[in-house]
Design a protein around this ligand. Structure first.
Ligand SMILES: Cc1ncc(COP(=O)(O)O)c(C=O)c1O
Length: 375
């Protein structure tokens, strides 16, 4: 299987090795090392935020962000059903309730026009999740949040280098988060970042990241949390990656444009939009939705692509159809038809930064040939 094209392969051929060697040479490998603060400061600047709090991964970033802004038992948080489990889990872990909205069929982002109808006296926040490369329509969300006095938790895990009407994604939430998993535009292996301008939130996040140690009397606890500290080794990789953020965004945009060029005439599939308004897709992943005329679901298609040497993944599975939640009686009889279709018919093809032009052409050829078997 040496010719297998993986769904993702990161690019680590900048200063990663150099900075990692510095960690080894100096002995600074823990969260106390100097790269951590440097990375927090440089990363938060790229999204016009005053503070960055690095953590172990994007999921932890969401959990800490939700706790820090004071979402608690019985509160409701409005979010898309079509997202990763990390979003809903951050909310249910504090005893709050995710309240769902459907997706937009063209951008695959949360349907912002449904938000207002979901607001109740218990609603505390909107969790905005930018999905797969295009930003959520933030003007509408900001307006709703302001009028109803709601907090915004912004999940920009997939949005490195993306903007909404010229303003960086990650700068819209009362608190916003990123992930640095290797399929993101910049990676630290595992890793995440919380960003905000609110100093009080920063203190809470730093405490929640670090077992809620108290400043004065270190081993006496008034609150509990886990250990979500980010290491100097991760920060070393992150700093090297950050140096190339613009180049990486451009590379992904070229990848997206090339796939679209090669696949645009294929009947029965929906490709990602290049633009939504003035906002250009950054193609976190290159997603494709199979039409009703294609006689198979995404799971079968992903399996068949794999047999032909192409790595791919199905889209997210909706929150209201998660067995772990329905067994608890959540989301009973709720239906979100657009998201349900995305979850059954959507998949993404190899989209990593190390992908070559030849591989893109090969993926498109195999895709085109395979789809003829299902029409
Ligand atoms: C939208 C979104 N939020 C949160 C996460 C969680 O990030 P992590 O995998 O770093 O925990 C991801 C991961 O891909 C994601 O896509």
């Amino acid at each position: 299987m040496s010719d297998f094209i993986p769904v993702n392969e990161p690019l680590l051929n900048g200063n990663e090795k150099k900075y990692l060697c510095e960690c080894i040479d100096t002995g600074w490998i823990s969260s106390e090392g100097p790269f951590v603060k440097e990375f927090e400061s440089k990363f938060s600047k790229t999204v016009n935020r005053e503070f960055g709090i690095s953590v172990t991964n994007g999921t932890a970033a969401l959990e800490i962000a939700v706790r820090a802004i004071g979402i608690t038992e019985g509160d409701e948080v409005i979010m898309p059903t079509f997202t990763i489990i990390s979003c809903a889990e951050a909310v249910t872990r504090v005893g709050a309730v995710p309240v769902l909205v459907d997706s937009d069929p063209d951008t695959w982002n949360m349907c912002v026009d449904q938000i207002e109808s979901k607001i109740t006296p218990k609603t505390k926040a909107i969790m905005v999740v930018h999905i797969y490369g295009l930003p959520v329509d933030m003007d509408k969300v900001l307006d709703i949040a302001k009028r109803h006095n709601l907090k915004i938790v912004e999940d920009a895990a997939e949005m490195h280098g993306q903007t909404y009407n010229g303003r960086p994604c990650g700068s819209f939430g009362d608190i916003s988060i990123f992930s640095f998993y290797p399929n993101k535009h910049i990676t630290t292996g595992e890793g995440g970042m919380i960003v905000t301008n609110d100093e009080e939130l920063v203190e809470k996040c730093r405490s929640l990241r670090n077992l809620c140690f108290q400043r004065e009397v270190r081993y006496v606890h008034e609150e509990l949390s886990g250990n979500y500290r980010f290491t100097n080794l991760q920060a070393a990789v992150g700093l090297a990656q950050l140096e190339r953020l613009e180049e990486f965004v451009e590379k992904k945009r070229n990848m997206g444009r090339r796939y679209t060029e090669l696949l645009k005439d294929v009947k029965g599939i929906k490709l990602p939009k290049e633009y939504e308004g003035d906002n250009q897709n950054i193609y976190w992943v290159y997603g494709i939705v199979l039409g009703d005329e294609i006689k198979c679901d995404n799971r079968e298609f992903v399996k068949k692509l794999g047999e032909k040497g192409i790595g791919s993944r199905t889209f997210f599975w909706c929150m209201h159809e998660q067995p772990v939640y329905t067994e608890r009686g959540l989301f009973k009889n709720e239906k979100y038809p657009v998201a349900e279709k995305l979850a059954r018919k959507g998949l993404y093809i190899p989209s990593g930064l190390a992908l070559t032009d030849e591989q893109i052409e090969c993926v498109a050829d195999v895709f085109k040939q395979l789809i003829t078997e299902f029409v």
